[in-house]
Unconditional design. Structure first.
Lengths: 441, 441
């Protein structure tokens, strides 16, 4: 009798969507996890012969796929979910969000709001996210407790207050976060100027210098609305993308969120600089910002990933829904149903997200040696029956609520839709009590 | 001690969204059901004093609202879900759907396909639907077993075959359905020519005459694609809406699905004739058909309801998702975030659906004396926390999977997400086995 190798976890009886280069799908498949990494992937029968597991997780014929990567969020804004809807971005920001943020956003808000958002993400298949908000120390703490893979960055807005003081304070916070998480493999720190219309040229450049010195990603909202495009054009004589290119902050470590209003030259610049894009279709639709030209970006070979934006403008963080919107919005706005095919869209939410965050060697697909970040979906539900094409079902039929189990870095953080790493009830209670204060203020 | 009146069901501890004329919301509320109707609605404390119930259903602080009304479906097409995606409507129909229908659609297909679709609808909050497909006797049987409220009609296409023979056969089937369900309060029969491009003028007119004689709704696909608009214009010199108006088939008992390609005169005709519209945003987006001008239709006072279309072109039947798409598509295509506000969209999926089907005195809102068709949503989930605005959450955050319990005509057909009226496992098994035959053909 052969001696079987003892491993930590085997997920078996799965349809394994690898999202590797050749899009391999393994039916009656298993994924073997040892510590934080994928040790093997194969047919149940072969895996069974080679390994015995401390723990077996039966996918019962469901889909196992890489955890989803949400490249643009504002976690704590979940506490403002539904507070002000059906308004244009500028009015929504200046009359509702900015005043509410000034009044209510503090450490407690950030901690519980982040935890609320993390709960929602864990329950809908996201395993990695990139956040931009304030009091990010608390967002980091919440992420650590959740066991999620997070990119955390302190949002910088320089229009209100002394520019040098703001820069000093934000860099101080960022340096503290870097120090705190330098040995944490799950949490990465990023540099996040809010946009070219809320940050001065000087701040934009200095933050890029800091990012380069520390080898950090530089995340920015870019070309989100026609107003932004027109205002920048009026002020600087060039488009938002051209402006950022002129001041030399665009490169392969820049991740630009939205990118709705792009002219052909803008797209060419994004391609040349190898800028990564976070497409946020639901937020862009709800705020009536427009539709990013993702078909054209695909054609040029620009890496387009997917983001939910914050819950105040979407209003949820379900990446399955975001995939569906990405596909359908691209089709209807070009009147071309062959744009943004299901398989391409699944890549946007997985491997492209990994590329956007510079993590394509670690996450975004199920391959040997990669981090064990994966989710199990229950396909034994009427809205997922029958199956002719798994990609189609993931994009057009599934929702976050079909995710049964989630594993991040080899650790089960969601099992049978129960969060294993923190107390969800407490998070909901605290969130409701903070909202009560906001409502009665 | 007062004598309390004994009633069948009390749903208590709910946030009751009535969707009545004044949009009343009753917190800490209860709904009292006696036989098939709503007997009373009020605060828990008042209802408790007046009634005792054979059965109490605790909504645990969740939302209770009218069951959703899906005014355009092709039930059995769920068995083709995901078989052919990312294609334009004409290619999808002529190269994939029509050949597959010819080959595979029969009594068994219609029965199990309908049951599969009904399962999905029951699990996502729909209580009333309007179906157009073939072998509708089987769809009717499935509907009867499910306990849903359904409008069933045999789809008529006259382009393949002898016109008179087709008319004779379809009227025969319709007459049989009318006879079979004449005493059934849940199932209504309707007349359904597929469209003005698949039915001859003669058939369109004769079907309208039959509908009038029998006081039945007349359901038709209308102005779905630019191709249809252009072809009809070329052939008849007028738009599709103008053509149907010219042959006098448009009136208050006509329900037109899609209505994407409308000129101003078309909209004026729809208003004048009091035609009801079934807006199908997800199908229109996926097939890249375009965006119906629902803001303009609202302004004119046209009744716009919501439909999912069939699962082969959407690809699911979740009316909560359909609401979200309706709101967001209208905003992004007009670049106006104030179009299709959450509250309006909830009305589209409830009372407007009832109006579209001529049932506004019976369903579509929770009011005394109306039929007891209602759903209970669990709001104790992170993606629905906190709540500032219930309408916003229903449109922008909720999904069909938040529906816990569903009551139709006073009967509990879904409880804690379990279907009470038929065997779901069997339906899934049979659906999978039919799909296997299709795959291997």
């Amino acid at each position: 009798m052969n001696k079987k190798k003892l491993v930590d976890i085997i997920v078996n009886n799965a349809v394994v969507l690898t999202i590797n280069e050749s899009d391999d799908i393994i039916k009656d498949g298993s994924v073997v996890i040892q510590a934080d990494r994928i040790l093997d992937i194969g047919k149940n029968i072969d895996i069974n012969e080679k390994y015995q597991a401390k723990r077996k997780i039966n996918a019962r014929g469901g889909v196992v796929m890489p955890g989803l990567v949400n490249t643009h969020t504002h976690l704590a804004m979940s506490l403002f979910r539904g507070m002000a809807d059906d308004l244009p971005l500028d009015k929504w920001l200046s009359e509702h969000l900015f005043p509410a943020e000034k009044k209510f956003v503090d450490e407690e808000f950030s901690y519980w709001g982040s935890k609320l958002a993390l709960s929602e993400m864990m329950l809908s298949g996201t395993t990695t996210f990139c956040d931009m908000y304030f009091f990010e120390k608390e967002a980091g703490q919440a992420t650590k407790e959740a066991g999620m893979r997070g990119f955390i960055g302190e949002g910088v807005v320089s229009e209100f207050g002394d520019e040098d003081e703001i820069f000093y304070n934000k860099i101080k916070l960022t340096a503290e976060l870097l120090e705190k998480y330098k040995k944490n493999t799950l949490i990465s720190i990023v540099v996040e100027p809010h946009s070219c219309y809320t940050c001065s040229k000087k701040i934009l450049i200095k933050l890029k210098e800091y990012a380069k010195e520390n080898n950090l990603l530089y995340i920015i909202h870019l070309a989100e609305t026609k107003k932004e495009f027109d205002d920048v054009k009026k002020k600087f004589g060039v488009s938002p993308v051209e402006y950022l290119d002129k001041i030399k902050v665009l490169d392969e470590k820049t991740l630009a969120a939205h990118c709705v209003w792009l002219n052909d030259n803008d797209i060419e610049i994004l391609r040349q600089r190898n800028v990564k894009v976070s497409h946020c279709p639901k937020s862009n639709m709800k705020l009536a910002s427009g539709a990013a030209p993702i078909g054209k970006l695909f054609e040029k070979g620009v890496v387009v990933s997917l983001g939910t934006d914050g819950s105040a403008s979407n209003n949820n963080l379900d990446m399955f829904s975001e995939m569906d919107y990405a596909a359908k919005l691209a089709k209807v706005t070009t009147l071309n149903p062959e744009v943004a095919k299901a398989k391409e869209v699944v890549r946007m939410a997985t491997i492209n997200g990994a590329k956007a965050l510079g993590m394509e060697n670690e996450i975004g697909s199920l391959e040997l040696g990669k981090k064990a970040d994966l989710i199990i979906l229950d396909f034994n539900k009427p809205h997922l029956v029958p199956v002719y094409d798994y990609y189609s079902h993931l994009v057009y039929c599934a929702s976050g609520s079909d995710v049964e189990t989630s594993i991040i870095n080899g650790k089960v953080i969601l099992e049978n839709r129960k969060i294993k790493t923190f107390n969800l009830e407490e998070t909901i209670e605290k969130s409701n009590s903070i909202a009560e204060k906001i409502k009665t203020a």
